[in-house]
Each structure stands twice: as structure tokens, then as C-alpha cells.
Design a binder for this molecule. Structure first.
Ligand SMILES: *Cc1c(COP(=O)(O)O)cnc(C)c1O
Length: 354
């Protein structure tokens, strides 16, 4: 894919044109293939996966392995790189199921808030970052952490779900591995689960791919095709979502019912200075606090446009009260994922509901 093209061009043209072929070839459903070609069996090989892996890999700048969910991607990667007795640095404010999974492994865990300060990485095998972190939306300097971690011989992986490969490209900032839940903005239509691992280390990519074949937790071709279909509009959707987030930020920042408003795209956000250096663009996810759980329920009850939903990055604006899932955050803290509705409608709806 040409480096110089803009985001919209790159996602629209993520499948090379071929005479007589569809713009996006349909899903290939196969368990076994007729032998004699490169593809032998559907647990190991699928051309629909490959098309999406090539498209995502072109954006990330590394080889990409697709998984049936973000958690399948992350946990397979962790199982491939970690051995008993290793030390892992994890974000204390990151996706909680990753901490739950690692807690059950025979490894030592050091939890660090995304904004730091980071400890010495001596003796550390893996530093896992999530920036912007979710739900707090703090940010860390990927290049600086990579330099310190690499000097100590540690590997760095970044969960890039919130930013997406258009918002931030950690491999180009020095990270060894990118992990992503494509369930969120990449697929973008709230109808498919998928995830990927990307790395510029071809040996590591081969090990992750082999682990997928061995574990047998493989993506469905139809899901991969749906996500690829969604990827074509990622640039358009992120643009509208970011415009909506910016408009909501503007009205929420002075609203008396709202506190702790965060969106790294805002100049006044504490994470903005670092974010703007390493992110290519911002998305639609904001975090803020209402008085308590009842205030959130009343807000949702009065809104006509906002769905209560525990995902983000979709077409529909949604709100998730994170304490209900066990995140260590205040009862009234919500993550709002701005969707693709008209900005004026959304702002009016949110102000009315508040
Ligand atoms: C949703 C999410 C995951 C898990 O992805 P699934 O596709 O739901 O398995 C991992 N990390 C982050 C930051 C997420 O938001």
C-alpha cells in the first residue's frame, strides 16, 4: 500500500484491484481445500483472513495475524511470549480482562498506571501498554517507554484498540507488537467480534500464527469479511466520531453535572501534549463522571439517542457505566463512545438528557 496515500484512500483501496474480481471478494468458506495448492485446511489457511491481514498489516506496518476476538489475540500472544517466572508490566487502568488473565499465569505482575511513573525494567520480559487507556483515557509516551524497555531487554506490546491503526501506529513508534480488538471501531458496526496481533518480527508472527493453528480458536471467514467491509469506512467514521466527541467535549466541560471530563483530543486535556506527538488523529471516546449510578440511569432514561452498551467505536453513540463491570472507578464514571449521528442532534440530545 502506498505510504503517501491518505487514510481514506488507504482503507478504500486496501484490496488490490484485479480484473474480473469483486472490489471486496466475498468470504471463502472452506474446511478442507482440494490438495495441491497452498491452502490445505481451514484451521490453518483462509484467503478471507489473508485479505484482511494484509490490509491491517499495511496500516500497522507489520505482519498481522487475525483472531476471533481481541481477547483471543491478546491471550494467544501472551502465551507465546511468556514463560513461568517471567515478570510482566501491565497497565493498572487498562482493559480489566487482560489483568484477570495474567493473574492466573505463573508470572510476576507489576501494575503501573498508564501515565506512569514507570519503574526500572531490569529483569522484565514484557511491558504491555494500553494508550489511550480505557476507560480513563490516560496516555503514555510509547517511544520513551520502548527505549527504556529495550535497553533492559524487555519486549513492548501496545493494546491499540482505542486508537485503531489509523489513530496510532505503535510499531512505527518503536513497539515490538500491536494488539487490537477489531470488535470496536475497526469493524465498527456492533455486529462482529474480531482481533489482531501485528509485529515487524516475522519469527514472532510465525509463532503466533502457529499457536492459532494449534489452539484452533480461529476467526470465521464471514466475520473477517464483515470486518473488512467495515474497515473501508474507518476513516469516514472516525472523522465523524471525533467531530462529535469534540462538540460534546465543548458543551460538557462547563456543564455543572459533569466532572472529570477526559478526551485526549482536547487541547486542555492533561494527556494532549503526549498524545498529539504520537497519535495521528483522535477518535470518539470520552470519559466523564456524573454524580452517581442513579444520575447515569436518569441520563440514559431521558436520552433518545444514546444506548447503554458495553462496547465502543460503533455507529451508535453509547454510554457504559464502568463500575458495573468491576473497573476500580467511581460509580458515576461513564465512557461515552460518540457515534456517527449528526453533531447537532447528538449535542441537543445529550444536553437535554443532562
Ligand atoms: C474490547 C477490548 C479488548 C477485548 O476485545 P474483544 O474483541 O472484546 O475480545 C481488549 N482490549 C481493549 C482495550 C478493549 O477495549
Amino acid at each position: 500500500m502506498a505510504e503517501a496515500w491518505g487514510d481514506g484512500t488507504r482503507v478504500v483501496h486496501s484490496v488490490p484491484a484485479a480484473a474480473g474480481q469483486p472490489f471486496l471478494p466475498g468470504p471463502v468458506f472452506a474446511a478442507p481445500y482440494h490438495l495441491g495448492g497452498d491452502d490445505t485446511y481451514g484451521r490453518a489457511h483462509n484467503p478471507t483472513w489473508r485479505a484482511l491481514e494484509d490490509a491491517l498489516g499495511g496500516l500497522e506496518g507489520g505482519e498481522t495475524v487475525l483472531f476471533p476476538s481481541g481477547m483471543a489475540a491478546i491471550t494467544t500472544f501472551l502465551r507465546v511470549v511468556l514463560s513461568p517466572g517471567d515478570t510482566v508490566v501491565l497497565p493498572s487502568d487498562g482493559y480489566f480482562l487482560v489483568r484477570t488473565f495474567v493473574a492466573e499465569l505463573p508470572v510476576s505482575v507489576v501494575e503501573v498506571p498508564t501515565a506512569g511513573p514507570y519503574p526500572s525494567f531490569d529483569g522484565v520480559r514484557l511491558v504491555l501498554l494500553e494508550t489511550p487507556a480505557n476507560p480513563g483515557l490516560d496516555v503514555c509516551d510509547i517511544t520513551a517507554v520502548c527505549e527504556a524497555a529495550h535497553a533492559a531487554g524487555a519486549l513492548v506490546a501496545v493494546d491499540n484498540t482505542t486508537a485503531t491503526p489509523l489513530g496510532q501506529q505503535p510499531l512505527r513508534l518503536g513497539a515490538d507488537v500491536v494488539l487490537c480488538s477489531d470488535t470496536k471501531a475497526v469493524a465498527g458496526h456492533s455486529d462482529v467480534l474480531l482481533g489482531h496481533v501485528s509485529t515487524s518480527d516475522t519469527d514472532l508472527a510465525a509463532r503466533v500464527r502457529a499457536a492459532r493453528t494449534l489452539n484452533g480458536a480461529v476467526p470465521g471467514p464471514f466475520e473477517a469479511w464483515l470486518a473488512h467491509r467495515g474497515l473501508g469506512t474507518l476513516d469516514l467514521r472516525l472523522s465523524r466520531q471525533a467531530a462529535n466527541a469534540a462538540a460534546l467535549y465543548d458543551v460538557l466541560k462547563t456543564h455543572p453535572a459533569v466532572s472529570g471530563l477526559r478526551w485526549p483530543g482536547a487541547v486542555e486535556d492533561p494527556a494532549h501534549a503526549v498524545a498529539v506527538r504520537q497519535m495521528r488523529r483522535f477518535g470518539g471516546v470520552l470519559t466523564f463522571e456524573l454524580a452517581d449510578a442513579d444520575a447515569v440511569a436518569r441520563f440514559l432514561g431521558r436520552s433518545r439517542l444514546i444506548a447503554a452498551s458495553t462496547s465502543f467505536g460503533g455507529l451508535h453513540t453509547s454510554v457504559d457505566r464502568r463500575a458495573q463491570w468491576g473497573d476500580p472507578v467511581p460509580e458515576g464514571l461513564v465512557r461515552l463512545s460518540a457515534g456517527c449521528e449528526d453533531t447537532a442532534d447528538l449535542v441537543r440530545d445529550v444536553l437535554g438528557a443532562l
